[in-house]
Design a protein around this ligand. Structure first.
Ligand SMILES: C[S@@+](CC[C@H](N)C(=O)[O-])C[C@H]1O[C@@H](n2cnc3c(N)ncnc32)[C@H](O)[C@@H]1O
Length: 294
């Protein structure tokens, strides 16, 4: 088991870069174009040290001599290395009950309403798009499981969790976290929804099988085609579009609008906004958007 990936700071990256092979203009330009086309992430010139520092570890893992050889790997088979590249340059930082006001809105208002509406058939679907290491979808699963117990359990309810990063998804699938990662989880919920490890694993906790049952974890690049048809009652896409440029965000929000019914919800991260990017939604709370009626 390994700790969930965390972000390196720009400072660390610069130091790592100084010790490793250097990134030529041509290779940096290739990487910028590649990352933009395949991940929607626009890397400014100021990100050069960061990219160099973060990719040095990837070069070592692949036993490559320099960045030119790494660019060749990407040219030969762009899809095979894409997830690793995206993991290296973006951040998987996340937490249980991150931006907890979103989960309060679900618990106090949205889930009771949706469950009442769907009691006699109908599916309740939530998508965690950019789920990283799984804390977000498992938090959704906790509030969903509690709401189903409280308001009626005979509802077909599921959470879809997707991400581009293979390492992040591996952690999400395992559902095993160091105890100190459970900081945002109340003592009551820790008892209810986590199983404490034993022996060598006594500093780890594993998510309850009921939570796993509610969450389907799949690899998905948000810029590529999506296999699912929707509709979703809510889409969580928090702290993901922060890396995307304006046209990429516009396209993504338009596609989300296509998978949400009128009155469906889109949750963004604390520093993200849809302002001026899409007019299908009304802002109804802190980074909470509701799809308008046509
Ligand atoms: C900072 S984490 C956010 C995790 C969680 N949503 C939260 O707010 O705590 C951003 C995640 O977005 C994912 N990501 C970035 N670009 C993506 C793309 N084009 N397709 C799918 N996932 C992407 C990254 O791999 C990373 O795991």
């Amino acid at each position: 088991m390994s700790m969930p990936a965390t972000a390196m700071t720009d400072g660390n990256a610069a130091v790592a870069g100084m010790n490793g092979p250097s990134l030529s203009d041509a290779d940096f330009n290739f990487l910028r174009t590649f990352v933009y086309e395949h991940c929607g992430i626009s890397l400014g010139e100021h990100k050069r040290q960061l990219v160099q520092g973060r990719l040095v570890r990837r070069l070592r893992a692949l036993k490559l001599r320099d960045f030119g050889a790494y660019c060749e790997v990407l040219r030969r088979d762009p899809q095979a290395e894409l997830g690793e590249l995206a993991s290296a340059i973006s951040t998987n930082v996340t937490a249980f009950f991150r931006e907890s006001h979103h989960f309060d809105l679900l618990t106090n208002e949205l889930l009771p309403r949706w469950i009442a509406e769907k009691k006699n058939g109908g599916r309740l679907r939530i998508w965690s798009a950019g789920c990283a290491t799984g804390e977000e979808p498992y938090t959704l699963a906790m509030v969903l499981a509690e709401a189903l117990e409280k308001h009626g359990s005979h509802v077909d309810a599921k959470i879809l969790a997707t991400d581009l990063s293979p390492q992040a998804l591996e952690t999400a699938r395992k559902g095993v976290y160091p105890i100190d990662r459970l900081e945002g989880v109340s003592v009551e919920r820790r008892r209810r929804w986590f199983l404490r490890g034993e022996g060598d694993y006594d500093q780890y906790a594993c998510v309850h099988p009921r939570l796993r049952e509610l969450v389907s974890i799949l690899p998905l690049n948000l810029l590529h085609d999506w296999p699912m048809q929707g509709p979703f009652d809510a889409i969580f896409c928090r702290n993901v579009v922060i890396y995307f440029d304006k046209p990429t965000k516009q396209r993504l929000f338009q596609r989300y609008a296509g998978l949400l019914p009128e009155g469906g919800y889109l949750f963004l991260g604390h520093s993200e906004s849809m302002y001026g990017l899409n007019d299908n939604f009304d802002l109804i709370g802190r980074t909470v958007y509701r799809k308008r009626s046509a």
